[in-house]
Write a protein that binds this ligand. Structure first.
Ligand SMILES: [Mg+2]
Length: 135
């Protein structure tokens, strides 16, 4: 049973195809994560600049205007730490290497697997800090 609680997390989903976005959104619904949607690499950059509290980016590679690899490189210039998980239709190892070289932390192959999506995101979402616990 998947049982993730990300109600204090904000996830930016970069995906140009609405059906794919809705599919991912439905998978994440039970986690209570706050979801933002960018439909191009340009929108990824703009939304990331406007939302400094984004905890993770799920990055489609094939998008109009600016592809996900270019967007990932530009995000890395702004923030070296925010986790970026690429989602790519290309299963070739060369493409996986391109994703990692562009600054992505990890990659998922389309069609997206429900459980693998959740477990991969969980791996990169930092646990809640116990500020002021004094222990
Ligand atoms: Mg696409």
């Amino acid at each position: 049973m998947d049982n993730y609680n990300w109600e204090r997390k904000k996830i930016l989903i970069a995906e140009d195809e609405e059906t794919n976005f809705l599919f991912i959104e439905a998978i994440l619904e039970d986690t209570k994560a706050k979801i933002l949607w960018a439909k191009s690499g340009i929108e990824v950059i703009n939304q990331f600049k406007q939302n400094k509290d984004i905890n993770l980016i799920l990055m489609d590679i094939k998008m109009p205007e600016m592809d996900g690899l270019t967007a990932a490189k530009k995000i890395r210039e702004i923030d070296p730490n925010v986790p970026i998980i690429a989602q790519t239709a290309y299963a070739m190892s060369e493409d996986k290497n391109k994703c990692l070289k562009a600054g992505c932390n990890d990659y998922l192959t389309k069609p997206i697997n429900h459980r693998l999506l959740l477990s991969t995101i969980d791996k990169y979402l930092a646990p809640e800090e116990l500020l002021g616990s004094g222990k």
